[in-house]
Design a protein around this ligand. Structure first.
Ligand SMILES: Cc1cc2nc3c(=O)[nH]c(=O)nc-3n(C[C@H](O)[C@H](O)[C@H](O)COP(=O)(O)OP(=O)(O)OC[C@H]3O[C@@H](n4cnc5c(N)ncnc54)[C@H](O)[C@@H]3O)c2cc1C
Length: 566
């Protein structure tokens, strides 16, 4: 049975546009129920869950919200078909359940994505486990059509003939191609905006948040952890914030938090690097996942009219503060593409000059034994309550997937509610639509937008904002109506200048990187033109009182950090 819209908790008025930065005056004399360290998707989901359950919560992020691992994903909300190989049925089922929930609570920010797994005669023996795995994946996602939004109901697996496969993915090798198995997961339309949607909903329910606010030590009272010392990286001011529980959601840095003040002895962390490339050299209608000769897999993911290729999976032993995508990972991807796709149909071998953009991040992995490679390591998470180690007040969350963050946050809150004897929750986050996502039936929503903004806007602009911003689309389009210069098109899939003004006003933007990569999506499509760079840096500069030299420096930094291939 599908959920109907009225089964979901819909708040249709008073959309929360604002993420407001913590004012230190608000902290004076306050003891929060929960302090969250880290503003990636895990921290955002924990703050969201806490606020929805009526707990007071403050979140500190040392850089920008969602700027680390959460910005480096394959942009999938998925069950993780390949984890079935490791017998991780529980993890896959949990991920599939969370996938369905995100289809309900973030209806515009996910969309069905068909995957094809091509099978070649020369690798025939490996096909039996695949078919079994596909059957199991379908069984474990038995509730995939119980989603309120019809567009997000997923069909079952199917077989594609070789001809159908090549029609969808003409770049594939036709030699020996027998058929492809097809199944559906969700594309995460915009992970950066989804992290922001969790934060906005948390703020709507009273959470206080700060980006560029680094927790540099834990405050102790005897054994108990009672707060955090924070440095505001914008003003260099240092202050304390007190809480009954500190939840460490620092992802690849979680051991560093534990090591401050020798708070606890952290386990030796295991991190693996994952890099993706973005190209327009080949286009795929559907996502394609292929086994490589190294025993791992490579995905080709259609995204905004381009293709994302990746990821890599290599152990990383350096300091996470110094991480940047490595040349070895970029070269590995180029080699794998050339080993899998024949040069002929795509007009020559894939090379560095075909790369429009690259990005990478670190997976914090748990439970990896020393014999295991990071590729086959589990993507499960662990929640550790340090009371058991004589340090009450501290909870640490490690590992996991973007997909399972809401469920992980619910478990953290269940634990804290039990330990603290807090009354049970008033809102169920699995049925509570995120603030910007309260679009109602999607087809109706998009039809109304298309009619309402027909004059003056390209359909791709309206569609882009409907998907990426949900109900906030209207505010951006209205802004562009008021100020026609806001209609200037910035990307081929419809982003316009009014979006820049909107996020500058409402979303705590402090760097060009925040603006181009995590509020808007302008930077992801390849290097913007010099003129676009200049205009956007000027707008940011006006907001932050930057000189012309500051604006130019921010452009140079961005070019070096983001558009120089290692
Ligand atoms: C290559 C790759 C592809 C992936 N693809 C997918 C996918 O398609 N789907 C999926 O479901 N999952 C995917 N994942 C997994 C997913 O990205 C992670 O599970 C998720 O992003 C982890 O989020 P997080 O908030 O725990 O960590 P992070 O996003 O790293 O957030 C931790 C935050 O803590 C902050 N922090 C650290 N120290 C401090 C401090 N002292 N004070 C304040 N803040 C601090 C950091 O700045 C950081 O922003 C992928 C991972 C990788 C690497």
């Amino acid at each position: 049975m599908s959920l109907a819209w009225f089964d979901l908790a819909m708040v249709t008025e008073g959309i929360c546009q604002e993420v407001k930065r913590i004012d230190t005056q608000e902290l004076k004399g306050r003891v929060f129920d929960i302090i969250v360290v880290g503003g990636g998707i895990t921290g955002a989901a924990v703050a969201h869950e806490a606020a929805l359950r009526g707990r007071s919560v403050a979140l500190f992020e040392m850089n920008d919200f969602g700027s680390a691992t959460s910005a480096a994903t394959s942009k999938l909300i998925h069950g993780g078909l390949r984890y079935l190989k490791n017998g991780e049925f529980g993890l896959v089922r949990e991920s599939l359940r969370e996938r369905r929930i995100l289809g309900d609570i973030a209806p515009n920010l996910v969309e069905p994505l068909r995957f094809l797994i091509p099978r070649y005669s020369r690798r025939f023996r490996k096909n039996v486990p695949l078919r079994l795995g596909m059957w199991l994946y379908d069984q474990l996602s038995f509730d995939k059509s119980r989603v309120a939004e019809p567009k997000n109901r997923l069909p079952r697996r199917a077989l594609f003939s070789a001809a159908q496969t090549l029609e969808s993915a003409p770049a594939l090798d036709s030699f020996g191609l027998q058929y492809a198995v097809s199944y559906f997961d969700y594309a995460n339309v915009n992970p950066d905006r989804m992290t922001m949607a969790f934060l906005k909903t948390a703020c709507e329910h009273g959470a206080l948040v700060a980006n560029y606010a680094k927790v540099h030590s834990l405050v102790r009272d005897g054994n108990r952890i009672v707060g955090v010392q924070v440095t505001d990286r914008l003003t260099q001011a240092t202050y304390a914030c007190y809480g009954k529980w500190i939840v460490n959601c620092a992802g690849p840095w979680s051991d560093k938090i534990l090591n401050t003040n020798q708070a606890a002895t952290a386990r030796q962390p295991v991190r693996s690097e994952g890099v993706h490339l973005i190209t327009s050299k080949f286009r795929f209608q559907d996502a394609v996942a292929m086994e490589t000769d190294h025993g791992d897999h490579l995905m080709f993911l259609p995204w905004r009219g381009l293709t994302i290729v990746g990821p890599t999976d290599k152990p990383y032993t350096g300091d996470p503060d110094n991480y940047a995508p490595t040349a070895a990972s970029v070269q590995e991807l180029i080699d794998k593409v050339n080993a899998l796709l024949p040069a002929e149909p795509v007009g020559g071998a894939f090379s560095r000059s075909d790369i429009l953009f690259h990005y990478g991040g670190l997976r914090p992995l748990v439970g990896l034994d020393t014999q295991q490679d990071s590729y086959s390591a589990s993507r499960r998470y662990e929640i550790t309550d340090y009371s058991r180690q004589g340090m009450p007040g501290l909870i640490c969350v490690e590992g996991g997937k973007y997909t399972t963050s809401r469920g992980l946050a619910a478990q953290v809150l269940d634990l804290l509610m039990r330990q603290s004897g807090w009354p049970s929750a008033s809102q169920d986050s699995s049925r509570y639509v995120l603030s910007p996502c309260r679009v109602g039936p999607y087809q109706q929503f998009i039809d109304d937008l298309m009619t309402g903004y027909e004059s003056g806007f390209q359909p791709e602009t309206i569609s882009y904002y409907a998907r990426n911003y949900g109900v906030e689309a209207k505010m951006i389009l209205d802004k562009a109506r008021e100020h026609p210069e806001g209609r200037e098109m910035l990307t081929q899939d419809g982003e316009i200048m009014a979006e820049v003004d909107y996020v500058l006003e409402h979303e705590l933007v402090y760097t060009l990187d925040d603006l181009l990569f995590r509020r808007t999506g302008i930077g992801w499509m390849g290097k913007p033109s010099d003129e676009v760079f200049r205009k956007i840096a000027k707008k940011l500069g006006q907001r932050l009182n930057w000189s012309l030299a500051d604006q130019q420096r921010s452009i140079v930094d961005c070019l070096e950090k983001r558009y120089t291939l290692p």
